[in-house]
Write a protein that binds this ligand. Structure first.
Ligand SMILES: Cc1cc2nc3c(=O)[nH]c(=O)nc-3n(C[C@H](O)[C@H](O)[C@H](O)COP(=O)(O)OP(=O)(O)OC[C@H]3O[C@@H](n4cnc5c(N)ncnc54)[C@H](O)[C@@H]3O)c2cc1C
Length: 347
């Protein structure tokens, strides 16, 4: 197996030092690499900016690099480790000719044709790459508590996704941290597996809608722990509990837990395109007719445009959609049209 995401940046430069590609993909999670597989197999030789190593899901391979077992990705009967799955996606994309560079896009200019991209390999210099079509698959990140132990135990008892991981916590005591609709949705979902679900909330009332609150309050397995914050997540290689504090009395105590779900929100990685592409109220890239965005030739897929499903399979599916949309858009010559007339038609 090749080292994951180790392809060195290659020179694709024209005479002026600017590498031109028909397709550039930003992001190497399930969405970006699926888009790369499809566009590579269509002979479009995509260049993928995979991102750079970090301690969050915003890294080469995306959010699945933070997890252990993935049991719901079709085709893997016995499950597969998240990093191994993403390694396979990457190898498959490369097999068909995709170039994957371990760089972030620092800036993009979508007002000009072709689009311009400043890769982190180019430092603070001029743009490194130009593209006829751009696929944005920069994903999202879960907001985290930022307390000691959390990073270490993510994927080892700490999770951000009940749909993904609930199954691993059968007959255990689980806590969900948060007070919005999604926290209660996670809590209700987890009652299918857990012995008890404690919702830990820092205030004395929830932000969640009335109907969700009614459902949660009525559920025999759900308990609310009001006015409480998590100070530390405990356990060496596996979660054992959490140190919590009552913010009214200041009293601290340790609760023992098999699982801790952080449900305090998600942040789409849209800084790069803010002010250039239309975003939804919640800050996700607005897509229509599949993966089209407000700028013709720019396509978006995966969690950066989906705040509802947020699964590897849905991200991969939307990566396929973006690849096919981009291929057809190029095939129809829209990029040429834009070059010569500057028109914004053709989406
Ligand atoms: C702990 C955890 C466990 C999970 N378990 C499961 C599971 O079991 N099953 C399941 O189906 N789903 C699971 N998920 C959800 C799943 O991981 C996501 O839905 C999926 O990864 C989204 O894919 P994506 O390609 O849209 O984005 P991401 O996976 O978020 O990838 C985004 C990519 O964009 C890159 N990027 C960001 N900014 C830039 C930039 N400026 N330039 C270049 N690249 C950039 C990042 O480096 C990364 O490569 C889990 C998520 C987490 C956090």
């Amino acid at each position: 197996m090749s080292a994951p995401f180790a392809t060195p940046p290659e020179a694709h430069a024209d005479g002026a030092g600017l590498a031109h590609r028909q397709i550039v993909v930003l992001g190497s999670g399930p969405a970006g690499l699926t888009a790369a597989i499809y566009t590579a197999r269509a002979n479009l030789m995509p260049l993928v900016f995979a991102g750079e190593p970090s301690s969050t899901g915003d890294q080469p391979g995306g959010q699945l690099m933070l997890t252990t077992e993935v049991e719901n990705y079709p085709g893997f009967v016995d499950g597969i480790l998240g990093p191994e799955l993403m390694n396979r996606f990457e190898s498959q994309a490369k097999r068909f000719g995709a170039d994957v560079v371990q760089e972030r896009a620092l800036r993009v200019d979508l007002t000009t044709r072709p689009f311009l991209i400043w890769g982190s390999g180019g430092g603070s210099g001029p743009p490194t790459t130009s593209a006829d079509a751009l696929i944005v698959a920069t994903g999202a990140r879960s907001l985290m508590l930022g307390v000691p132990g959390e990073d270490r135990l993510l994927g080892h008892g700490v999770s951000t996704c009940a749909t993904c991981d609930g199954f691993f916590f059968r007959e255990q005591d689980i806590a969900v941290v948060g007070g919005g609709d999604s926290a209660l949705e996670e809590a209700l979902f987890l009652t299918r597996f857990a012995r008890k679900v404690t919702v830990i909330h820092r205030r004395s009332e929830l932000r969640a809608s009335r109907i969700m609150q009614d459902r949660a309050f009525a559920h025999e397995k759900i308990e609310l722990m009001w006015n409480t914050v998590v100070l530390e997540v405990l356990g060496e290689s596996k979660l054992s509990g959490a140190r919590v504090q009552d913010v009214v009395t200041g009293e601290e105590r340790v609760i023992s837990l098999g699982g801790l779900f952080v449900a305090i929100g998600h942040q789409p990685n849209t800084d790069l395109v803010k002010g250039q592409l239309d975003l939804t109220e919640a800050g996700y890239i607005q897509t229509f007719d599949g993966s089209f965005t407000s700028i013709p030739g720019v396509f978006a897929c995966g969690d950066v445009q989906d705040h509802v499903y947020r699964q590897a399979i849905t991200a991969a599916g939307s990566g396929c959609i973006a690849a096919i949309d981009a291929e057809r858009w190029l095939e129809a010559g829209h990029h040429q049209l834009h070059k010569t007339t500057g028109t914004r038609e053709g989406a």
